[in-house]
Design a protein around this ligand. Structure first.
Ligand SMILES: [Zn+2]
Length: 383
């Protein structure tokens, strides 16, 4: 071990010199052989390999995201960050933080061994799924058609913002288009939205982990398509809000005209561009070998996914602020009952139960990968 740590940097290799399952399409050089020590992997962050850009594009993103996330708590008169109202927001933070950290670490540490490489990417897929559930929790409590609406005498926002809104006075929210439309979807949102998001997240983790053992030929298309499904499920409150403006959309637009639609369309745009990079393998497809270290599609994929997350964060923050500015609306008698406020069980409980299930799936696939490696090693010995 000491010898391995103290040896000089190992040379970078061509795609023909490493095991085939380590190679990426149209990337011809800059490979690390899968026998690096932990220390060599960490040191390779500062050495131009074909994983260096993949690591930094998601590792630096953690700090940019944390800055924009924590900015919300710096607003004057804002309540404590531990207030139950912020439980979904913190779960969203956990989802994004784990996604960015797991992705950057998977790219950095995957050359320790073939087995660790497999486990790194299983964890990467699991955290992407957990992120979609974190988003769904935030959408449910802040963008849900009835988020922030309270019945007479019931308050689901437990504090009052002391700041005075800057700019022209806010008009009172209008009920003209919403209450009659609310009952249509309230059953879905109340009963099936979060469970659907969790089930889809588990299916996606299973499918993506499977692409590392089977269906390898179409792995990029499968991984991209599989993550379209949670996007569609998670975004239903936004689609609903955009198609059938509700009480809270009136609040939102009174704070920042069209902010929900603007941020959401940018969020979708960056997701679409990231998917195109992931499937097309542009630009390295046009000139194999020229983008081996810098500028290949996976780095652009990382940048675009992060920009989509950033616009999603801005959208959620705008909705939180809109709710805070009109915390105590009332509903007509015939409208559905108010949305229950976030609790530890309905937010952290959901997130950690899901993480436990994802952990079980990852362990199962890791055990399978471990067994495959053992079988291959025995096969080689016997020859
Ligand atoms: Zn990646």
């Amino acid at each position: 071990m000491l010898l391995r740590c103290s040896r000089p940097s190992q040379p970078l290799l061509r795609h023909t010199d490493v095991p085939q399952r380590v190679t990426e399409s149209f990337i011809l050089s800059g490979y690390r052989f899968p026998n690096y020590s932990l220390r060599e992997c960490l040191a390779s962050a500062f050495r131009p390999t074909n994983e260096t850009g993949n690591f930094w594009t998601h590792f630096l993103a953690v700090f940019v995201f944390a800055f924009h996330f924590l900015e919300l708590f710096g607003w004057e008169g804002w309540p404590s960050f531990s207030d139950p109202f912020f439980y979904p927001f913190w779960n969203y933070f956990i989802g994004v933080f784990l996604l960015l950290m797991a992705s950057s670490m998977a790219h950095l540490l995957n050359s320790m061994s073939l087995l660790i490489r497999e486990i790194c990417f299983f964890v990467d897929y699991g955290t992407i799924s957990a992120y979609t559930v974190g988003s769904s929790l935030a959408y449910f409590y802040y963008i849900h058609p009835r988020a922030g609406i309270t019945a007479l005498g019931h308050h689901n926002v437990t504090w009052e913002v002391k700041t005075v809104h800057e700019g022209p006075p806010l008009p009172p929210p209008s009920f003209s288009s919403s209450p009659s439309a609310l009952p249509e979807f309230h059953m879905f949102f109340e009963s099936f939205y979060i469970p659907s998001a969790c089930v889809v997240a588990l299916i996606c983790t299973l499918a993506c982990c499977n692409t590392r053992q089977r269906w390898r030929r179409h792995r990029y298309i499968i991984r991209t398509l599989v993550f379209l499904l949670p996007f569609i499920v998670a975004s239903t409150p936004v689609f609903y809000r955009l198609l059938r403006p509700s009480v809270t959309s009136a609040q939102s637009s009174s704070f920042s005209p069209g902010s929900l639609g603007l941020f959401f369309s940018r969020h979708c745009f960056w997701l679409l561009v990231s998917a195109l990079f992931n499937i097309s393998k542009f630009p390295e497809r046009l000139s194999p070998g020229k983008f081996d270290i810098w500028g290949h599609s996976h780095q652009w994929f990382h940048c675009c996914t992060f920009l989509s997350i950033l616009d999603e964060l801005h959208m959620i923050k705008a909705e939180i602020r809109a709710l805070a500015l009109h915390p105590a609306l009332t509903l007509p008698a015939l409208a559905p009952p108010p949305l229950a406020g976030p609790t530890l069980y309905s937010t952290y409980g959901v997130m950690f139960t899901l993480q436990g299930c994802i952990g079980a799936i990852i362990s199962w696939f890791s055990w399978g990968a471990c067994r495959n490696q053992g079988t291959k090693a025995e096969h080689l010995k016997s020859q």
